[in-house]
Design a protein around this ligand. Structure first.
Ligand SMILES: CC(C)(COP(=O)(O)OP(=O)(O)OC[C@H]1O[C@@H](n2cnc3c(N)ncnc32)[C@H](O)[C@@H]1OP(=O)(O)O)[C@@H](O)C(=O)NCCC(=O)NCCS
Length: 174
């Protein structure tokens, strides 16, 4: 993949994984367990982060995961991931899951979940290492890049606010 301005285009990181859900994936209600889908999300996001960073990257945080529709046994679920934003060593990865219903083969896959995760690229000792900047390629990439920055600002502001509140009200708790 061609590199520009010392960075990597977002398309370099794009990954799709697909799998058919089976009876071992279900919860007590008979639909696919949220934890199964979360692992699927983490797997595909990790592949995108590794591709962008050219090596190992670990999950630092799962910012937001939304389940839109239940997934059923037999559904073919596609997981799409790409790096939306990069910092120094961290990356935000966006994931979409879409299901082809087992009883509606050939129909357009329906969105079933979305998620945003933060990965940090690490060296062999597990220390953060620098990642190349990600280069948005079109208007949709630009929008995702800007929205990732909003999520990062909110995440950092929330963390600071919680630390302040703990220091004020519970000084003995770390
Ligand atoms: C993620 C990890 C490597 C960060 O290490 P650290 O020493 O805290 O790193 P730093 O404080 O120097 O931060 C490094 C980067 O990670 C980001 N980061 C660290 N913790 C974060 C969090 N909870 N949420 C979002 N970003 C985070 C920082 O913002 C920084 O980003 P930048 O380099 O782009 O500015 C470390 O916490 C870790 O190894 N965690 C366990 C990961 C793991 O086991 N995951 C599950 C299996 S893959």
């Amino acid at each position: 993949m061609e590199e520009q301005q010392g960075g990597r285009p977002i398309s370099h990181s794009r990954v799709t994984l697909s799998r058919i859900m089976t009876a071992v994936d279900v919860n007590l209600y008979g639909t696919v367990h949220g934890g199964v889908l979360m692992k699927f999300v983490d797997d595909v996001a990790g592949a995108a982060a590794a591709r962008h960073s050219g090596g190992t990257a670990v999950t630092a945080a799962i910012d937001e995961i939304v389940f839109l529709e239940p997934v059923r046994v037999g559904d073919l679920v596609h997981a799409y991931a790409q790096v939306n934003w990069t910092g120094n060593s961290s990356m935000e990865v966006g994931v979409k899951l879409a299901a082809e219903r087992w009883d509606a083969v050939g129909a357009t896959p329906i969105p079933v979940a979305t998620a945003y995760l933060v990965f940090v690229a690490v060296d062999v000792a597990g220390n953060p290492r620098r990642v190349p900047p990600v280069l948005p390629e079109d208007a949709a990439d630009q929008r995702r890049f800007k929205e990732a920055l909003i999520r990062r600002d909110h995440r950092l502001a929330r963390r600071r606010a919680i630390q302040r509140a703990r220091a004020e009200h519970h000084p003995a708790i770390d």
